[in-house]
Design a protein around this ligand. Sequence first.
Ligand code: SAM
Length: 255
Amino acid sequence: MNTRLHYLTTFPGILDAYFNYSLPGKAVSKGLISYQTVNLRDYTQDAHRTTDDTPFGGGPGMVMKLDPIVQALQDCRQPNSLVILPTPKGTLLTQEVVHHISSYEHLIFICGHYEGVDDRVFQYVDMPLSIGDYVLGGGEISSIVITDAVIRFVKGVLGNQESTQIESFEDKQRLEHPNFTRPATYNEMGIPDVLLSGHHQKIEEWRKLESLRWTLLLKPELIQPDSLSKNDLQRLRTIKASLNRTIDSLLNNYE
Ligand code: SAM
């Protein structure tokens, strides 16, 4: 299935730059995804091709006008489209949301600027999405963030589709295990011996243990107590014992 992407924007060049390189570039040239920028200025009626205006009630900044967006949507929206509005007011983008979005064949992104888009735009949107609790200058960057997460799930985009399954957040809401590559020693820093052993079962077990350990240390809230298998419980005991040893040896220095 070819995933089609439309971007309603006043800065098409930002999207063109993204789709020129790396994974997205290859996906476009292989025909796995296709993208189209829709210049909102082409949907204006005035000589200056104005897409923004001052806010009613006064105040700083400009607000993006609704009409060019609604007209552009009328041209590109289809029954199977999902219309996404990147906005700090939207649902937070998570890997679960990415999965959901990647099931659509056609995504339309509305890229806001300045103070954002006239609020009545929400009437025309299927999914307002925030990429985090901070404010960017424009919706092209947030649309690219969403796109970059989504296209990894389009069949054929990644050389090895298995990579999406062992990624952080994919396996029972865990962070991924650490990864290393050559050289095995760098600035006197080595890597765990097991990774050089060639013993696939032991490597697999080490990865599961480290995935659990780093999730516990960095994002314990991801771990659902009822998702722990018998093997996970054993791994938790191993992690606890090793942490206890580290803590005991630190305390010994002071006691
Ligand atoms: N005045 C708006 C507010 O306070 O909610 C912020 C507008 S922001 C300067 C301009 C545009 O950047 C937005 O319309 C949106 O397209 C994009 N943007 C900024 N922060 C974002 C975020 N956290 N998630 C998604 N898009 C964002």
